[in-house]
Design a protein around this ligand. Sequence first.
Ligand SMILES: Cc1cc2nc3c(=O)[nH]c(=O)nc-3n(C[C@H](O)[C@H](O)[C@H](O)COP(=O)(O)OP(=O)(O)OC[C@H]3O[C@@H](n4cnc5c(N)ncnc54)[C@H](O)[C@@H]3O)c2cc1C
Length: 783
Amino acid sequence: MASPSKRVSGRVQKRKIFADEIESTPTKEPALAISPAAKDPVKRRKCDNAACRGNWPICFACASEKCCGRGYTSRWYHVSPAEHFCNECFEFFYRSHKEGYSTYAAWKTVWSTYGTTEASIRVYMADNLLPYWAQCNKCQKWRQISGDTTPVADFFRLYTCGTSASGIKRVDLIREKMLLRFMSCTTYMKSSPAWPFLTAYFPDKLGMSPTDYEVFSETKSPVFHPYLHPFSSYDEPEVAGSVPPDRMDSEEMAEFSEMCSFIPMYLAIRNICITLWNLNYKEWLTKEKCAPHIICRGICRVYYIGMLDRFLQYLTHRRLINYGLLSFPSHVSWKPCVADKEVSVIVVGAGIAGLSAARELLQRGIRVKVLEARDNTGGRIQEDNTMGVCVGRGAQMISGCTNNPIAIMCLQAGIPVKEMSEKCNLFMEDGSPVPEDMDRRMDFHFNAILDTIAEWRKNKELSQDISLLSKFKEMHQQFLDESQLTFTQDEETLLNFYIGNLEYACGSSLKSLSSKNWDQNEEYPQFSGGNIFLPKGFAKILLSLSNGMDIEYNKQVSEISYDGDSCRICTVNGKTYEANKVIVTVPLGVLKNEDIAFSPSLPEWKTAAIRSLGSGTVEKVVMRFESPFWREKTQHADIFGHVPSENSKRDFTVFYDLSKVEGVYVLMTHLTVDCVESFRQKTDDDIVATCVDLLKSLFPDQTVSKPSQYIVTRWCCDKFARMSYSYIPVGVSGEAYDHIEQELDDKLYFAGEATNRKYPQSVLGAYLSGLREAQKINNSVGD
Ligand SMILES: Cc1cc2nc3c(=O)[nH]c(=O)nc-3n(C[C@H](O)[C@H](O)[C@H](O)COP(=O)(O)OP(=O)(O)OC[C@H]3O[C@@H](n4cnc5c(N)ncnc54)[C@H](O)[C@@H]3O)c2cc1C
């Protein structure tokens, strides 16, 4: 883009006269304080705009010596019902022989270089001469500010008017919702904090003044934390947690219908709120923090500031701001609480889903009690520190950290995170390294086959579904037949690694997974970014979520009746509780096993969904060794992999180096338990011995001694889990998640990983499901 020769301030000397008049008499509402003479229809003129509901106009511009001020002009130019400029001032800029023309022309060059909207005199006036309005921090009254320079945020933050004058009547007119409808010209935001992040867009399309362009181009821009990416680019696919900065979606249009004809202004305010919070995600964004950054000329600022609470409430509700571990501050001007009725809720299970639901309800002023079968919180997040490092027996990783509320909670709580490197050296079972180019080639082939399956399934019925393993083999063979290529034995064997790795991710053998729907959640925007590992686990998050919560431990719920006015909850040790509503967050495995009796029984569509969805069985094996015998060969990478030689045995495919402290050498690996019964029969010693034998063959030149300590998890046998995480078996669709989620009789609600169709199998999905059910209850009691 060509750069105009100089920045334009729109400064006009003569303007001072009238501006001073206004400033020195802030008490007077000039348009309303009209002398009897001024009311003379010859001396005064009304605005020609039929819809203008303002009183006798006055000229805000005062640019020309001939400015009519509050007197007669041949034509009023309407900006808003409270803001007009006279024909004399119009001519002052418009006519090429007039004094103001060169200033206007220079401004016009800038505007049309960086903006898309018409650079008219009206827009010029709104961008340069309309007075600013500020709310006095002492008396709360709105005052008109004179002066040509754009005030900075600190000015608005600290502004006091220093007068006891009464409020200006025009302000009341403007506060009405109708204001926008009667504005003939938008006044764009100045110095928007969102600007540096949105330079790829035309500023005026986003409600920002194009005349800011050069100022910002010269300023050092702030940056978001690498895990925060609140604005999606116009050329990238939709990702979770990001909004397109240049569009209002249908939900926003429904919520802010009055702004649909003023989309740039909606976007300007929304983008400012989102930017401010993302720059300071450890604090709650309040109206007080936000308002000083809403900087625009004209009385519409009064209107925008009046709307801020609605914006903040809405964006908070959509979890675009103020999410994670933040609590509603007591002084926040809007309250999330709608529970004026006495409502009590019992949450069954203190895993992440139960804790997030309970916390959200508590914040809304609803009475909550959590009943947990174990003697601790976390459920499938259980950590063991006996080896000298934190070992997550269940979850210890976050996939897709960008905008991910769990990752953001880690940042808020100061939990250390480690980005997982992509580097993963692979070794065949005899210890020979897999050449990198072979790994790359076969990895590409593996993913290409999955893409082909994704194409194949597009027009397939559920009845045509077959297992992902069968489909993979079929497509692989088809590829070989059609391409006439052959793979070496090693290359074929290498596929076992990718399959094994996918089995870990899916929580099931590919033999059981649906080729049609195994990754159905990918239909929805997912969180992008790399994977992060939590070397110190989730403990701080669990602690923070459960802070101040009424949790009863060792309370295994055995019965829930939800047919009366309230719900009755019984535990195996004979305790009974009553509540208006219950949120069940127990794992799918517990529901499948019918460990809780419901009265009335759950409807057939729900039990069918519970039966049909798969409860995966992934277990971890963690071993502490005397020496880091693997490090030299793996080049100190965080991960290394093993290529199983047998197609049917794909255990221990990936090893994670959890060692952090010198002298503490820990490896973690996993197995996908195909047959739970045979797994039950194996002792931990047997499992560890098999794993150590494998390590000996992978590292034949090293001495691999028996681990000094080990952990073998038994999630599939744990009676409060009975699974690792859910998966979609052959012939099942993502609808099963929706059915399990569905509440019953407005009394019995369900949350947990296996109720989240968009983000299943994860801590994230479980957490969000808890918030979702709390929101449902909140809505139902608010009605
Ligand atoms: C080995 C393994 C590795 C994993 N790795 C990851 C990972 O790296 N990243 C990731 O995001 N996810 C991972 N997950 C999945 C993740 O742990 C779960 O999705 C998530 O923790 C589930 O949370 P939840 O609240 O839905 O269920 P849970 O955490 O299981 O909570 C349910 C709670 O209900 C309690 N309960 C059960 N029955 C009763 C009853 N009758 N009465 C009262 N209380 C009861 C349980 O004790 C438990 O506390 C892993 C899981 C496993 C097993």
